[in-house]
Design a protein around this ligand. Structure first.
Ligand code: GLN
Length: 447
């Protein structure tokens, strides 16, 4: 069982913040009965699943890997958790992440780092590093992650698993503790494309509790896995391969293009003019929204409160100073700055306009292509400790993933090779809005 793997590996990997072994076994017995009497009919009934710690499960701690949410137990639970339960899935624990999903390495967690199961000296990626490491280590069959700027796709690529970020509005955000609300999406992590399709089918669908939730009808994602990609048109932004990409990652990516051509697909290069604006636009918008979303953590209603303070304002100040980590504070400051009256037009508004231009370019690309291809990340998993030294360099590592969130598009990361040290490499397939089936079909035919 997964708990045998957890027993064997968790000491070294540290994918989880919390485990529910006893409850999982009790629930497994119930589900077994439920399968026998026809309560649970879906293919995922009885499958153990790990959940990222920014998704609320009623009565279980949800920390977002932050000290400020220490001791917080939500009184309600996320819509996705209700759906997992209805499908008969078994929640086995909450996974580690970058604090409030801000980061690319799972090193900003207040509760210790997670290690990459392929090489314990390296990071698993982030921010859903715990979820992806758990699946890679066999400590979970599947997991839920969240993706605001790449946090499902990049760690999936670093850990050699498959992860999908759905079209914005496909999966309910109700009960997902917000980082940047206009970009956040919950999505599936699994060992292969079929697992992701099956899990997406369970969690997707309209939810009146999330005002940005879409009413979609085409939710039978497993149906898409028919292996047919003859004549499918793939576009590759040529600027993505120009500079800053590790030669081994590039070589693996070029092999993917070859394989797809051999499978009967048409692969073409095209030009993207907005590439250099993607990272700045993303970090301005994400930080702006984060600064507003994180205002609610004030030490009053729940979570961490400073032990000593003088008066109300001092309590807010000290609780937030002590409760938030360095990266989170950096984003709150950046976000407050770009939203402040003197700089709003120069930064925030400009970033929104830039986002519209990026969206326009992607719209044009999807007039010609079914699927766009990109590396998931410019390099394989960095060594532990390397990325924290230079936050700006870490931000630049998100170059291939953030545009997908800015444009609300679906994207999947699939393993496509290894570097000379044996660390996994992933390829990203990006679809137009609501075209999950196309990228699932393409990824399934490729893998
Ligand atoms: N690395 C990006 C960031 O730090 C993306 C994180 C995410 O998708 N949650 O914002």
């Amino acid at each position: 069982t997964v708990f045998d793997q957890i027993e064997k590996k968790e000491d070294r990997v540290h994918a989880y913040l919390d485990l529910y072994k006893k409850e999982a076994y009790t629930r497994a017995k119930q589900v077994e009965k439920g399968i026998a009497d026809g309560t649970y009919t879906g293919p995922l009934a009885g499958v153990p699943i790990a959940v990222k710690d920014n998704i609320c499960v009623q009565g279980k701690p949800a920390t977002c890997a932050s000290k400020i949410l220490e001791g917080f137990e939500p009184q309600y639970q996320a819509e996705v958790i209700d759906r997992l339960e209805k499908a008969g899935m078994i929640i086995i624990g909450k996974t580690n992440m970058d604090e409030f999903a801000m980061g690319s390495t799972t090193e900003t967690s207040a509760y210790g780092i997670t290690r990459n199961p392929w090489n314990l000296e390296h990071v698993p990626g982030g921010s859903s590093g715990g979820s992806c490491a758990a699946v890679a280590a066999g400590e979970a069959y599947m997991a839920l992650g969240s993706d605001t700027g790449g946090s499902i796709r990049q760690p999936s690529s670093f850990c050699g698993v498959t992860g999908l970020k759905p079209t914005y509005g496909t999966v309910s955000r109700y009960g997902l503790i917000a980082y940047a609300s206009s970009l956040d999406q919950i999505g599936p992590v699994g060992k292969d494309v079929a697992d992701c399709a099956a899990l997406l089918q369970v969690i997707a669908g309209h939810d009146p509790k999330d005002s940005t939730s879409q009413k979609r009808e085409d939710l039978n994602f497993m149906e898409a896995l028919n292996g047919k990609i003859t004549g499918m048109k793939f576009g590759v932004p040529k600027e993505y391969l120009a500079e800053g990409i590790d030669p081994e990652v590039k070589a693996a990516f070029m092999e993917v293009l070859k394989t797809l051509t051999e499978l009967g697909a048409i692969v073409e290069f095209f030009s993207v003019k907005t590439m250099e604006y993607m990272i700045p636009a993303y970090y301005i918008i994400a930080s702006a929204e984060a600064s507003s979303n994180l205002e609610r953590f004030d030490g009053v209603k729940y979570g961490y409160r400073a032990k000593e303070y003088e008066g109300l304002h001092d309590m807010y100040k000290r609780s937030r100073t002590e409760g938030f980590g360095e990266e989170v504070k950096r984003r709150i400051m950046l976000g407050s700055f770009v939203l402040s009256s003197g700089y709003y037009d120069a930064y925030y508004l400009k970033a929104l306009r830039t986002k519209a231009l990026i969206k326009q370019e992607f719209n044009q690309a999807f007039e010609k292509y079914d699927v766009l291809l990109a590396p998931a990340a410019p390099y394989t998993a960095p060594k532990i400790g390397e990325s924290l030294k230079d936050p700006l360099a870490m931000y630049l590592g998100d170059i291939y993933t953030v545009a997908v969130n800015l444009c609300g598009l679906p994207g999947i990361s699939v393993p496509c090779g290894k570097d000379h040290t044996g660390l996994p490499i992933g390829v990203q397939m990006i679809g137009d809005c609501f075209m999950e089936k196309k990228i699932l079909r393409a990824a399934h035919a490729y893998e």
